[in-house]
Design a protein around this ligand. Structure first.
Ligand SMILES: [Zn+2]
Length: 144
């Protein structure tokens, strides 16, 4: 059985043959990167583009397989969305003595630019930074 990692032209690869209507061994005719692009059916001899799975059998076609490599960006996107429309020039320098409200943009010396998302209580505020949310202390008027 051919190693999936080290495929090259001339190797055999299992793929869907539209003529035979079966997953059969094919000989690789052309490669794109590390993936077979054109194959030759060993059974009927027809040449066609490589399809690893039968059509309609699985949503995991070769097109969606490339999309899986995208890193999870949900948190970063939320950060970007929250920051969008905010005037970052007005970001306050974070100070334990200031009080923040949800939606405030602030500049933290360690974490960078952040947006206050939730005021926990009078003394704590959750701020979303590029690397994730942090709970900061705020509103401490009298430091001891
Ligand atoms: Zn065939």
């Amino acid at each position: 059985m051919a190693n999936e990692v080290g495929l090259k032209v001339g190797d055999n690869v299992d793929g869907w043959c539209g003529k035979c209507k079966m997953v059969l061994a094919h000989t690789i005719e052309a490669m794109v990167g590390t993936k077979p692009a054109r194959v030759n059916c060993n059974t009927c001899g027809s040449q066609h583009s490589h399809k690893p799975n039968p059509p309609g059998d699985s949503p995991r076609t070769s097109k969606t397989a490339t999309g899986e490599k995208a890193p999870p960006k949900g948190r970063a996107n939320r950060y970007q969305v929250l920051l969008k429309g905010k005037d970052t020039a007005l970001a306050k320098s974070y100070s334990i003595r200031d009080s923040y409200a949800a939606g405030d943009v602030l500049q933290h010396p360690t974490f960078g630019l952040g947006i206050a998302t939730t005021v926990k209580d009078g003394a704590k505020v959750e701020v979303l930074f590029e690397n994730g949310p942090k709970v900061l202390v705020h509103g401490r008027d009298s430091l001891t």
